[in-house]
Design a protein. Structure first.
Length: 306
């Protein structure tokens, strides 16, 4: 399996922690780009994934052609399932915001590290220590505190069990996406893997856009530039780098670090949208960072002791 593209050695170019931090920050740009876009959320998610695929697939097809041919039906099938799970995550979470409060939706979808930890222990055989559990709890508490910063806003509609269930479905499906990446990436190189995942995700979202009755192409040039920005930032440098990291770090560590995305989005909103976070949001962000710190330090301690 190749770890380089045209001479660039991905394995030796950076450490997994630096790459993970950069990926979480890149993913944080998604909220800003979505805020600037006026397209339906499912359309934005579709083109973000489609353009990401278009940017990465040529690399996979040219430099990883032989590995693509050797890709087993099992790994290819599970990668496709991971792509469908990612699409369901996007669709379920976005739709939940139409049925329940922002605070409830964000809090429930951010429970994904719990499901990742359970899956990692039961399916992947990864050990989850008490210290790691503590880090997960701290990070989720911080994420919950951050969501309370939205509690004073009027919800889009009355809170419902249906909306809460959709947000929870978003958490479960993104956990499945992370776990699949952790497993398959031990055997399959980055570019063939993400090409299959993103293709399946884009195909699923394409069907969803049609089912919702949205137009596929009637958008101004500004929207197409935003779609491309979503592909380059959150897509290539966000999700794709995370999938590289999943070969090197446990799924639980990656999942907890992913909770740093709202922190990065808050900082970007301050810089680009002049949205000043309230004290509750700031405290929650600091708690999230504390939980990420506890989880990563515990992982490093086990690595050194082992």
């Amino acid at each position: 399996m190749r770890s380089d593209v045209n001479g660039w050695n991905l394995e030796g170019s950076t450490t997994p922690y630096v790459a993970l931090a950069a990926a979480v920050f890149a993913a944080s740009t998604s909220a800003i780009l979505v805020r600037w876009s006026h397209a339906p959320s499912s359309v934005a998610a579709f083109y973000r994934t489609l353009f990401t695929t278009a940017l990465l697939a040529p690399i996979a097809l040219v430099w990883y052609r032989e590995e693509f041919r050797r890709l087993s039906w099992r790994d290819g099938g599970f990668a496709a399932v991971a792509g469908v799970a990612l699409a369901v995550h996007f669709a379920a979470w976005f739709e939940s915001l139409n049925h329940t409060s922002v605070a409830a939706s964000v809090t429930l979808v951010q429970t994904q590290p719990i499901f990742v930890a359970l899956g990692a222990a039961l399916v992947l055989g990864e050990r989850v220590s008490r210290e790691t559990v503590l880090g997960i709890v701290i990070a989720i508490v911080g994420a919950t505190i951050m969501s309370l910063g939205d509690a004073g806003e009027a919800p889009i509609s009355d809170a419902t069990t249906f909306g809460n269930a959709l947000a929870l479905l978003g958490a479960v499906t993104v956990a499945g996406y992370v776990l699949a990446g952790r497993s398959i990436r031990q055997r399959v190189s980055l570019f063939p893997y993400v090409t299959v995942v993103y293709t399946a995700c884009a195909a699923t979202l394409f069907v969803l856009v049609g089912a919702q009755g949205h137009d596929y192409v009637a958008y101004p040039a500004r929207e197409w530039l935003l779609f491309l920005g979503m592909a380059v930032g959150p897509g290539v440098f966000g999700h794709t780098v995370v999938n590289w990291v999943l070969k090197h770090l446990e799924s639980v560590v990656v999942s907890v670090a992913w909770l740093g995305e709202p922190v990065g989005a808050t900082l970007l909103a301050l810089a680009l949208l002049t949205e000043i976070p309230d004290a509750v949001t700031v405290v929650g962000g600091l708690v999230v960072l504390g939980g990420i710190y506890v989880t990563t330090i515990e992982r490093e301690r086990r690595r050194v002791d082992g």
